[in-house]
Design a protein around this ligand. Structure first.
Ligand SMILES: Nc1ncnc2c1ncn2[C@@H]1O[C@H](COP(=O)(O)OP(=O)(O)O)[C@@H](O)[C@H]1O
Ligand SMILES: [Mg+2]
Length: 263
Protein backbone atom coordinates (compact mmCIF):
# COMPACT_ATOMS: atom_id res chain seq x y z
CA UNK A 1 0.00 0.00 0.00
CA UNK A 2 1.35 3.39 -1.02
CA UNK A 3 1.23 6.16 1.57
CA UNK A 4 0.98 9.67 0.21
CA UNK A 5 2.10 12.30 2.72
CA UNK A 6 1.74 16.03 2.07
CA UNK A 7 4.30 18.17 3.88
CA UNK A 8 2.37 21.37 4.34
CA UNK A 9 2.37 24.56 6.37
CA UNK A 10 1.20 27.96 5.19
CA UNK A 11 4.35 29.74 6.39
CA UNK A 12 7.66 29.69 4.50
CA UNK A 13 11.02 28.87 6.04
CA UNK A 14 9.69 26.38 8.58
CA UNK A 15 11.53 23.33 7.21
CA UNK A 16 9.04 21.78 4.76
CA UNK A 17 11.56 21.24 1.99
CA UNK A 18 14.29 20.19 4.41
CA UNK A 19 11.90 17.65 5.88
CA UNK A 20 10.81 16.42 2.43
CA UNK A 21 14.35 15.74 1.25
CA UNK A 22 15.63 14.25 4.47
CA UNK A 23 12.62 12.01 5.03
CA UNK A 24 12.88 10.86 1.41
CA UNK A 25 16.52 9.93 2.01
CA UNK A 26 15.80 8.39 5.43
CA UNK A 27 12.92 6.24 4.17
CA UNK A 28 15.13 5.15 1.24
CA UNK A 29 17.80 4.22 3.77
CA UNK A 30 15.26 1.85 5.38
CA UNK A 31 14.63 0.14 2.05
CA UNK A 32 11.42 1.98 1.15
CA UNK A 33 10.79 3.15 -2.41
CA UNK A 34 10.08 6.87 -2.37
CA UNK A 35 8.79 9.46 -4.82
CA UNK A 36 9.41 13.06 -3.73
CA UNK A 37 7.10 15.56 -5.43
CA UNK A 38 8.14 19.22 -5.66
CA UNK A 39 4.90 21.18 -5.67
CA UNK A 40 6.49 24.58 -5.07
CA UNK A 41 7.31 26.87 -8.02
CA UNK A 42 10.46 27.94 -6.15
CA UNK A 43 11.89 24.50 -6.89
CA UNK A 44 13.86 24.27 -3.65
CA UNK A 45 13.31 20.54 -3.34
CA UNK A 46 14.40 20.01 -6.93
CA UNK A 47 17.60 21.95 -6.23
CA UNK A 48 18.19 20.28 -2.90
CA UNK A 49 17.92 16.91 -4.66
CA UNK A 50 20.76 17.97 -6.95
CA UNK A 51 18.90 19.25 -10.04
CA UNK A 52 18.50 22.64 -11.70
CA UNK A 53 14.78 23.57 -11.93
CA UNK A 54 15.57 25.95 -14.83
CA UNK A 55 17.07 23.12 -16.88
CA UNK A 56 14.81 20.13 -16.30
CA UNK A 57 12.09 19.16 -18.75
CA UNK A 58 9.52 17.73 -18.43
CA UNK A 59 8.45 18.50 -14.86
CA UNK A 60 5.23 18.36 -12.87
CA UNK A 61 4.35 21.61 -14.64
CA UNK A 62 3.89 19.68 -17.89
CA UNK A 63 1.59 17.15 -16.25
CA UNK A 64 -0.54 19.84 -14.62
CA UNK A 65 -0.61 21.89 -17.82
CA UNK A 66 -1.80 18.86 -19.80
CA UNK A 67 -4.59 18.21 -17.30
CA UNK A 68 -5.64 21.87 -17.37
CA UNK A 69 -5.75 21.75 -21.18
CA UNK A 70 -7.91 18.63 -21.06
CA UNK A 71 -5.31 16.07 -22.13
CA UNK A 72 -4.23 12.86 -20.48
CA UNK A 73 -0.85 13.28 -18.83
CA UNK A 74 1.73 10.67 -17.98
CA UNK A 75 3.84 11.89 -15.08
CA UNK A 76 6.15 8.88 -15.45
CA UNK A 77 8.09 10.87 -18.08
CA UNK A 78 8.77 13.61 -15.54
CA UNK A 79 10.26 11.37 -12.86
CA UNK A 80 14.02 11.41 -12.30
CA UNK A 81 16.23 9.19 -10.16
CA UNK A 82 18.31 11.08 -7.58
CA UNK A 83 21.87 10.24 -6.59
CA UNK A 84 20.51 9.03 -3.24
CA UNK A 85 18.16 6.50 -4.80
CA UNK A 86 14.75 8.04 -4.34
CA UNK A 87 12.78 9.42 -7.26
CA UNK A 88 11.87 13.05 -7.89
CA UNK A 89 8.94 14.63 -9.71
CA UNK A 90 10.50 18.08 -10.03
CA UNK A 91 9.11 21.59 -10.27
CA UNK A 92 9.93 24.56 -12.48
CA UNK A 93 9.22 28.30 -12.07
CA UNK A 94 6.21 28.24 -14.46
CA UNK A 95 4.31 26.14 -11.91
CA UNK A 96 2.94 29.39 -10.48
CA UNK A 97 1.17 30.06 -13.81
CA UNK A 98 -0.59 26.70 -13.68
CA UNK A 99 -2.01 27.51 -10.27
CA UNK A 100 -3.85 30.45 -11.85
CA UNK A 101 -5.27 28.47 -14.78
CA UNK A 102 -6.34 25.66 -12.43
CA UNK A 103 -9.07 27.91 -11.10
CA UNK A 104 -11.16 27.42 -14.25
CA UNK A 105 -10.47 23.70 -14.55
CA UNK A 106 -13.10 21.06 -13.95
CA UNK A 107 -12.52 19.23 -10.64
CA UNK A 108 -9.76 21.69 -10.00
CA UNK A 109 -8.92 20.26 -6.57
CA UNK A 110 -8.38 16.75 -7.95
CA UNK A 111 -5.89 17.42 -10.72
CA UNK A 112 -2.81 16.35 -8.76
CA UNK A 113 -4.66 13.31 -7.48
CA UNK A 114 -5.34 12.24 -11.09
CA UNK A 115 -1.70 12.74 -12.01
CA UNK A 116 -0.38 10.76 -9.05
CA UNK A 117 -2.88 7.94 -9.63
CA UNK A 118 -0.81 6.86 -12.60
CA UNK A 119 2.52 6.66 -10.80
CA UNK A 120 2.13 6.37 -7.04
CA UNK A 121 1.48 2.60 -7.08
CA UNK A 122 5.19 2.11 -7.87
CA UNK A 123 6.21 3.49 -4.45
CA UNK A 124 5.89 2.75 -0.75
CA UNK A 125 5.85 6.48 0.00
CA UNK A 126 5.02 9.60 -1.98
CA UNK A 127 6.08 12.81 -0.19
CA UNK A 128 4.66 16.08 -1.50
CA UNK A 129 6.60 19.24 -0.68
CA UNK A 130 4.04 22.07 -0.66
CA UNK A 131 4.45 25.80 -1.26
CA UNK A 132 4.11 28.19 1.71
CA UNK A 133 0.44 29.03 1.11
CA UNK A 134 -3.07 27.66 1.41
CA UNK A 135 -3.60 28.05 -2.35
CA UNK A 136 -5.11 25.69 -4.86
CA UNK A 137 -1.97 23.59 -5.35
CA UNK A 138 -1.82 22.97 -1.60
CA UNK A 139 -5.52 22.03 -1.63
CA UNK A 140 -4.65 19.63 -4.47
CA UNK A 141 -1.93 18.10 -2.30
CA UNK A 142 -4.32 17.73 0.65
CA UNK A 143 -6.87 16.13 -1.67
CA UNK A 144 -4.33 13.65 -3.05
CA UNK A 145 -2.74 12.74 0.29
CA UNK A 146 -3.48 10.09 2.89
CA UNK A 147 -2.00 12.26 5.61
CA UNK A 148 -0.34 15.61 6.29
CA UNK A 149 2.92 16.23 8.10
CA UNK A 150 3.12 19.77 9.46
CA UNK A 151 6.58 21.20 10.15
CA UNK A 152 6.50 24.15 12.52
CA UNK A 153 9.42 26.32 13.44
CA UNK A 154 9.40 26.35 17.22
CA UNK A 155 9.67 30.17 17.33
CA UNK A 156 6.44 30.42 15.37
CA UNK A 157 4.27 28.27 17.59
CA UNK A 158 2.87 31.13 19.60
CA UNK A 159 2.01 33.18 16.50
CA UNK A 160 -1.59 33.99 15.72
CA UNK A 161 -2.96 31.56 13.15
CA UNK A 162 0.04 29.26 13.60
CA UNK A 163 -2.10 26.28 12.65
CA UNK A 164 -4.30 27.69 9.89
CA UNK A 165 -3.25 24.62 7.93
CA UNK A 166 -5.40 22.56 10.32
CA UNK A 167 -8.46 24.57 9.25
CA UNK A 168 -7.68 23.84 5.59
CA UNK A 169 -7.40 20.14 6.41
CA UNK A 170 -10.79 20.33 8.12
CA UNK A 171 -12.28 22.08 5.06
CA UNK A 172 -10.90 19.43 2.70
CA UNK A 173 -12.51 16.73 4.84
CA UNK A 174 -15.81 18.53 5.23
CA UNK A 175 -16.18 19.35 1.53
CA UNK A 176 -15.68 15.65 0.82
CA UNK A 177 -12.61 16.33 -1.27
CA UNK A 178 -10.81 13.87 0.99
CA UNK A 179 -12.98 12.80 3.95
CA UNK A 180 -10.37 10.39 5.34
CA UNK A 181 -7.41 12.80 5.31
CA UNK A 182 -5.32 12.26 8.45
CA UNK A 183 -2.81 14.39 10.31
CA UNK A 184 0.44 12.44 10.39
CA UNK A 185 1.72 14.82 13.02
CA UNK A 186 3.42 18.08 13.82
CA UNK A 187 7.21 18.14 13.47
CA UNK A 188 8.95 20.81 15.51
CA UNK A 189 11.90 22.21 13.57
CA UNK A 190 14.81 24.57 14.17
CA UNK A 191 14.56 24.08 17.90
CA UNK A 192 17.28 25.46 20.08
CA UNK A 193 17.96 24.91 23.74
CA UNK A 194 15.70 27.74 24.85
CA UNK A 195 12.59 26.32 23.23
CA UNK A 196 9.82 24.39 24.91
CA UNK A 197 9.89 20.66 25.06
CA UNK A 198 7.68 18.57 22.83
CA UNK A 199 5.46 17.65 25.78
CA UNK A 200 4.68 21.31 26.52
CA UNK A 201 3.75 21.87 22.91
CA UNK A 202 1.65 18.71 22.95
CA UNK A 203 -0.29 20.11 25.89
CA UNK A 204 -0.84 23.46 24.17
CA UNK A 205 -1.97 21.83 20.91
CA UNK A 206 -4.29 19.45 22.79
CA UNK A 207 -5.85 22.40 24.58
CA UNK A 208 -6.60 24.09 21.27
CA UNK A 209 -7.35 21.19 18.93
CA UNK A 210 -8.21 18.19 21.06
CA UNK A 211 -6.09 15.12 21.77
CA UNK A 212 -5.87 13.77 18.24
CA UNK A 213 -2.75 15.46 16.96
CA UNK A 214 0.56 13.71 17.29
CA UNK A 215 3.72 15.70 18.00
CA UNK A 216 6.77 13.91 16.63
CA UNK A 217 9.76 13.19 18.75
CA UNK A 218 12.55 13.96 18.57
CA UNK A 219 12.23 17.63 17.68
CA UNK A 220 14.63 18.72 14.91
CA UNK A 221 17.30 20.94 16.40
CA UNK A 222 18.78 23.95 14.71
CA UNK A 223 22.02 23.14 12.89
CA UNK A 224 24.07 24.84 10.18
CA UNK A 225 24.52 21.40 8.63
CA UNK A 226 21.02 21.63 7.12
CA UNK A 227 21.84 24.78 5.15
CA UNK A 228 25.19 23.34 4.10
CA UNK A 229 23.63 20.10 2.87
CA UNK A 230 21.04 22.08 0.88
CA UNK A 231 23.82 24.08 -0.80
CA UNK A 232 25.63 20.84 -1.58
CA UNK A 233 22.49 19.38 -3.19
CA UNK A 234 22.47 16.49 -0.74
CA UNK A 235 20.35 15.20 2.11
CA UNK A 236 21.85 15.58 5.55
CA UNK A 237 22.22 11.78 5.63
CA UNK A 238 24.62 11.91 2.69
CA UNK A 239 26.27 15.18 3.70
CA UNK A 240 26.95 14.36 7.35
CA UNK A 241 25.93 10.79 8.22
CA UNK A 242 26.84 11.06 11.90
CA UNK A 243 25.19 14.40 12.63
CA UNK A 244 22.35 14.76 15.17
CA UNK A 245 20.15 15.96 12.27
CA UNK A 246 20.71 12.69 10.42
CA UNK A 247 19.82 10.69 13.50
CA UNK A 248 16.70 12.77 14.14
CA UNK A 249 15.32 12.38 10.61
CA UNK A 250 16.06 8.64 10.68
CA UNK A 251 14.03 8.37 13.88
CA UNK A 252 11.14 10.36 12.40
CA UNK A 253 11.22 8.15 9.28
CA UNK A 254 11.17 5.05 11.46
CA UNK A 255 8.16 6.26 13.42
CA UNK A 256 6.32 7.13 10.18
CA UNK A 257 7.01 3.61 8.86
CA UNK A 258 5.68 2.14 12.07
CA UNK A 259 2.57 4.25 11.58
CA UNK A 260 -0.10 4.47 14.24
CA UNK A 261 0.31 8.21 14.57
CA UNK A 262 -3.14 8.89 13.25
CA UNK A 263 -5.56 10.64 15.51
N1 LIG B 1 16.79 22.28 11.67
C1 LIG B 1 17.31 23.31 10.96
N2 LIG B 1 18.32 24.04 11.47
C2 LIG B 1 18.85 25.08 10.78
N3 LIG B 1 18.45 25.46 9.56
C3 LIG B 1 17.43 24.78 8.99
C4 LIG B 1 16.82 23.67 9.64
N4 LIG B 1 15.84 23.19 8.84
C5 LIG B 1 15.86 23.96 7.73
N5 LIG B 1 16.81 24.91 7.81
C6 LIG B 1 17.14 25.96 6.83
O1 LIG B 1 16.11 26.95 6.91
C7 LIG B 1 15.76 27.43 5.63
C8 LIG B 1 14.28 27.17 5.37
O2 LIG B 1 14.05 25.77 5.36
P1 LIG B 1 13.11 25.09 4.26
O3 LIG B 1 13.13 23.65 4.48
O4 LIG B 1 13.50 25.56 2.90
O5 LIG B 1 11.70 25.71 4.65
P2 LIG B 1 10.33 25.77 3.82
O6 LIG B 1 10.37 24.70 2.77
O7 LIG B 1 9.27 25.54 4.84
O8 LIG B 1 10.25 27.15 3.23
C9 LIG B 1 16.67 26.70 4.66
O9 LIG B 1 17.77 27.53 4.39
C10 LIG B 1 17.12 25.47 5.41
O10 LIG B 1 18.40 25.01 4.99
MG1 LIG C 1 10.10 24.87 0.71
Amino acid sequence: MTRIIAIAMQKGGVGKTTTAINLSAALTNFGQSVLAVDLDAQGNLTQHAGFDPEQLSPTIYDSLKAEVDGFESDAAHAIYETAEGFHLLPSQPELSLVEVSLINTLSRERVLSNILDGVSCNYDFVLIDCSPSLGLLVINALTAADSVLIPVQTDYLAARGAFMILSSIETVRRKKLNPTLQVEGILLTMADTRTLLAQDIQRAVNAQYGDGIHIFEPVIRRSVRFGESAAAGQSILAYDPNSPGTKAYLQIARSIMEGGNYG
